[in-house]
Design a protein. Structure first.
Length: 138
């Protein structure tokens, strides 16, 4: 999560000042700079979500991911629709991405909480084994 925060701060600098490298249009520079807060949130939430993706995949415990993706898609579409109605433009698209990442992150946390001691974090399950084929089949 520390790396995610560092990346979010770096991204804020790029968004705040980097647009000047590509355009002299003040309106475009202002539009990109307005994305700084949501881009920082998106970076932090996404980096944490991806960490849990890696843990789940590495532990061969990814059965919850298809449902998480489907729910995340629904949340993303709902936020895009609401953002369009509210006239949020590009910021609304970025918030929909945050919604997708947050939904996936919540699905991971819920999954690990419900599995309890059987999750990779509880000391049981596939994540605590040596990973042999015999143990995986058991």
């Amino acid at each position: 999560m520390g790396l995610g925060l560092l990346l979010a701060l770096l991204l804020a600098g790029v968004f705040a000042f980097g647009a000047r490298l590509f355009t002299s249009d003040v309106a475009v520079q202002s539009g990109v700079a307005a994305l700084v807060p949501v881009a920082m949130v998106a970076t932090q939430v996404c980096s944490t979500m991806m960490m849990f993706d890696g843990i789940s995949i590495g532990a061969c415990d990814f059965g919850h991911l298809p449902v998480a993706n489907a729910v995340g898609l629904g949340v993303t579409l709902a936020i895009i629709w609401a953002s369009g109605r509210a006239g949020l433009g590009l910021q609304g698209v970025w918030w929909s991405l945050v919604g997708f990442y947050a939904t996936r992150l919540a699905a991971h946390v819920l999954h690990f909480m419900l599995k309890g001691s059987q999750s990779v974090f509880g000391g049981g399950g596939t994540g605590s084994s040596s990973g042999s084929a015999e143990e995986a089949a058991a």
